[in-house]
Design a protein around this ligand. Structure first.
Ligand code: PLP
Length: 369
């Protein structure tokens, strides 16, 4: 009797999944929309899921499974929780998208900020990848530096400059890890081994003044679970602060699950920026990044951009302002700039050099705060 191949066996047990897979392969490369859904590592064809309820999923052939995947993490309330369904249905009945602000985003932002103290402000995006890309762009804008440091074994989504494999030996220059990523895109990414303080310190000694941000999964979970020593994470905090670089915690997996305030709460380490994934949308395609107000202000409203043109320098200006007798209050021009800064909670001091005729500039400098 000839032996059945595992594929054939699975197909005979899951004819509807097998048929869907065949159809999918005609119109979707590899038949799946993410490598993690392919069954290459375990053999056979992927199961196609028809529905989920609580802790179970049911495949296209009606078989029930206990679901340990949970859509790769975000479904902390399980599948089709009645309260979630009711909230989503109610929201859908009011229309899906407006291209304009709405109350729900303010409420969600308030909840994220309440749970995660390091995020004084958040910006919503559509995925964890976008959250990371945006946080890095903000870090680069804020520090006016280019280099990004990541760790081997940590995954931060599929942005080109993060699809990087570690270089050999002491060279921490990243090499593209995916076809289609030009070397020029990874030239500003450095890759370090996890839990290696010597390599970390050597890199900061060499290139610290050029590093915009260091990003880490505070509980690396994409290469198996690689818990880090608190001392190592603390050293990251210290070194980034010493060198004027930003520390980004990628909490796409750990956020709102490891603790309500993510790994930052558990380790009692406040990053400068943090990124979140679909967990904040109950599994729907949502992401967010957040951080200190002075950093997030880089993304601010047009008013904040105009202030930046006037060279607003963040240094807790409000207190300094008050402490100087006869400060900016006497100068109409400084007042015009400092009022909107205060209204936007920007701890701003204003330098008005370069943009003003010398006499006015002198006058304003004498009112500097
Ligand atoms: C730690 C981490 N960051 C970022 C991402 C990217 O998120 P998304 O798949 O929503 O783009 C992932 C995805 O698995 C992740 O695990």
């Amino acid at each position: 009797m000839s032996k059945l191949r595992p594929d054939t066996l699975r197909e005979s047990r899951h004819p509807h999944s097998a048929e869907l897979y065949q159809r999918a392969c005609r119109v979707i490369p590899g038949g799946v929309n993410s490598p993690v859904r392919a069954f290459r590592a375990v053999g056979g064809t992927p199961l196609f899921i028809a529905r989920g309820a609580g802790a179970q999923v049911f495949d296209a052939d009606g078989r029930a499974y206990l679901d340990f995947v949970g859509s790769w993490g975000p479904l902390i309330a399980g599948h089709a929780h009645p309260a979630v369904l009711a909230a989503v249905t109610e929201a859908l009945s009011r229309g899906m998208t407006y291209g304009a602000p709405c109350a729900a985003e303010v409420e969600l932002a308030e909840q994220v900020v309440a749970c995660y103290p390091a995020a004084e402000q958040v910006r919503f995006v559509s995925s964890g990848t976008e959250a990371v890309m945006s946080a890095i762009r903000v870090a680069r804008a804020f520090t006016a530096r280019d280099l990004i440091v990541k760790f081997a074994g940590c995954y931060h989504g599929h942005a080109d400059h993060l699809l990087v494999a570690a270089g050999s030996g002491l060279a921490t220059f990243g090499r593209p890890s995916s076809a289609g990523v030009p070397e020029a895109f990874t030239a500003c990414t450095r890759v370090l081994p996890l839990d290696d303080e010597a390599a970390l310190e050597e890199l900061f000694r060499r290139e610290g003044a050029r590093i915009a941000a260091l990003i880490i999964e505070p509980l690396p979970a994409n290469h198996g679970l690689l818990p880090q020593r608190r001392e190592f994470l603390t050293r990251l905090r210290e070194l980034t602060s010493e060198h004027g670089a930003l520390l980004i915690f990628d909490e796409v997996i750990s956020g709102f699950r490891l603790a309500r305030g993510g790994a930052a709460q558990l380790f009692r380490i406040a990053p400068d920026l943090a990124t979140f994934g679909k967990v904040i949308g109950g599994g729907m395609p949502v992401g967010a990044f957040g951080g200190a107000r002075r950093i997030m202000a880089r993304l601010g409203a047009p008013g904040a951009r105009r202030l930046a043109l006037l060279d607003v320098v963040a240094r807790g200006g409000r207190a300094a302002h008050r402490s100087r007798p006869g400060g900016a209050r006497g100068c109409a021009l400084c007042r015009a700039v400092s009022r909107p800064a205060r209204a936007r909670h920007l701890p701003a001091a204003v330098r008005l050099r370069d943009l003003l005729p010398v006499t006015r500039a002198r006058q304003c400098r004498s009112h500097a705060f």
